[in-house]
Design a protein around this ligand. Structure first.
Ligand SMILES: Nc1nc2c(ncn2[C@@H]2O[C@H](COP(=O)(O)OP(=O)(O)OP(=O)(O)O)[C@@H](O)[C@H]2O)c(=O)[nH]1
Length: 205
């Protein structure tokens, strides 16, 4: 069975938990606990193959044993980088995250091990308060070799599911996940890292 690790990253309050909870439970509940980081686990199938998905939801507040952005990027096979279309500061944060992911990918040398990154402009239902143009998101996605979505965790259940499903499929085919499968010793040390970094909280939905 393949393990696929996806980190949902972005500034504070952009809707990371809302997107994850929407994908896993279909529901938009409005308020989400944000005092600790956690990993949600889900079994799913893609292209007839069974996958174990691990979805990492970071904690924006300072919390005990909090992992660094670099650790999160090394851990994951794929990323959803989220910003809020009604909050320009969150777009600047998303831009920095996309650039950091690509920088660390370059450090890892091989192009085929490049991570799958989806850039998501969330809260599309707040377009009357828009501070980030759709074309700006598209431009960042092109620069950072990301797929781009504008959607609303509050209102677009189908789009949220499609986005995550496509990301998981692409990540499962990516060089990074394949490389990990080919090298059991590598996955052992990665498992150790995960336990060190994320061992405290795991959730199944
Ligand atoms: N209008 C609107 N509000 C949203 C949407 N998605 C999330 N929210 C709201 O935005 C707020 C923050 O959502 P969270 O999912 O907690 O955001 P987060 O990025 O996980 O937050 P932190 O973990 O604190 O960084 C909540 O009040 C949500 O109800 C959306 O698509 N539209």
């Amino acid at each position: 069975m393949n393990d696929i690790k996806v980190a949902v990253l972005g500034g504070e309050g952009v809707g990371k938990s809302a997107l994850i909870v929407r994908f896993l439970t279909r529901r938009f509940i409005g308020e989400y606990a944000s005092s600790s980081e956690c990993i949600y686990r889900k079994r799913m199938s893609a292209d007839g193959r069974q996958l174990n998905l691990e979805l990492y939801d970071p904690c924006s507040q300072p919390c005990e044993g909090k992992s660094t952005l670099n650790e999160q990027i090394h851990w994951a096979d794929g990323f959803v980088v989220v910003y809020d279309i009604s909050d320009r500061a969150s777009f600047i944060t998303a831009t920095a995250i996309v650039h950091l992911i690509r920088e660390l990918n370059m450090g890892a040398a091989k192009r085929e091990s490049e991570s799958v990154v989806f850039l998501v402009g969330n809260k599309q239902d707040l377009c009357h308060m828009r501070e980030v143009g759709k074309e700006e998101g598209q431009r960042l996605a092109t620069d950072g070799r990301c797929q781009f979505y504008e959607l609303s965790a509050a209102e677009c259940y189908q789009e949220v599911v499609l986005m995550f499903t496509k990301l998981v499929r692409n990540a499962s085919l990516s060089g990074k996940a394949k490389e990990r499968r080919r090298r059991p010793s590598g996955s052992k040390s990665m498992a150790k890292l995960i336990n060190n970094v994320f061992g405290k909280r795991r959730k199944s939905v």
